[in-house]
Ligand binder design. Sequence first.
Ligand code: DCP
Ligand code: CA
Ligand code: CA
Length: 363
Amino acid sequence: MVRVVGHLDLDYFYAQVEEVLDPSLKVKPVLVCVFSGRTEDSGVVATANYLARNLGVKSGIPIATAKRKLQGIDAAIIRMRHEKYEAVSERVMSLVEENVDVLEQTGIDEAFFDLTGSSGGDFGGARATAIRIKESVLKSEGLTCSVGLGQSKAVAKIASDYQKPNGLTVVAPESTISFLGPLPVTRLYGVGPKAAEAMELMGVKTVGELSKRSAQDLEARFGRKLAAYFAAAAIGADTEPVAPRGEPTQLSRIVTLKQNTTNPEVAFEQLSGAIEDVHRRLVSRGASFRVISAMAILSDLTVKTKSKTFETPVSDLATMRDATKRLLTELSGTAGKEFRRVGVRVSDFGSSENQSSLSQYLG
Ligand code: DCP
Ligand code: CA
Ligand code: CA
């Protein structure tokens, strides 16, 4: 049976999240930066919106270089806020997961998914699902993403990158060879600069040229395993399944307090939303925990943790809130310094057997 594999990648992710949090940014170049702290401008650009990219700013360049390119322009230069992106990422991934047969998250803003079963191998039906996924990500998070569909992971990944931003590229099995043929070999997953150089020495620049080389030719250069993979990838015939990543063994959230405080009540108030978030993720996994911990990062940046272990697995919000409050109170008693950031973590999972993934597929 022909497989239907998808790949989703959120557009200019960190910068787009910043635009959602502050829509006034949308009209200007936005740079999300990682400041190293050495000098005012030391550090690199993590990512930039498309307005900034059009002016030559991209991921990985020094902040100072980016500022030079944007001289005289009203641009937003924002310090990276990883917790924000992490939280959005988790919500997007669970949303996508609801619409697909299997989800394999491969990065903070991207995932493979499989629609073989639900689409019955029909790429038209799968396209409709992809549109629905894009619409619900836009509706619930305000974010655009680019999606590719193909008969294998390698094809889906290339397809999601083919039209960006807000793209949808469907490569039906019969058009796979003509889609891949003209692309440079570097577009294939696993072909880095080194392999590309070796291929160029063989006179191979495009995927089409790669697909015409004999197995012996490729084996002589790359060894048996890699040669077999390249030969398969060049015709979109790689067979790697979409496999869910191992279930996490813990869930956590951490928040930065508006002001440093020694008061556990104040810290708890501000952690409240994060506790609800962890609870929601716990429930959506059908999991329950035996250990709950409160973490505090103090004003001198030392980290303190206190944990409580339950005899039997629990998963209800009231218990989580109660335990976290107590743990924060204990922490404040022994910390000796103000809280700067506080967090909650649940771990040692048992599953509460109210959710079967099989029934989801059959439903
Ligand atoms: N990232 C980073 N440093 C890099 C590359 C990326 O910190 N050198 C972070 C910021 C990105 C996120 O990872 O928002 C996702 O990376 P992508 O490569 O998917 O790039 P974007 O989502 O930013 O842009 P695109 O629209 O091209 O996908
Ligand atoms: Ca992206
Ligand atoms: Ca990505």
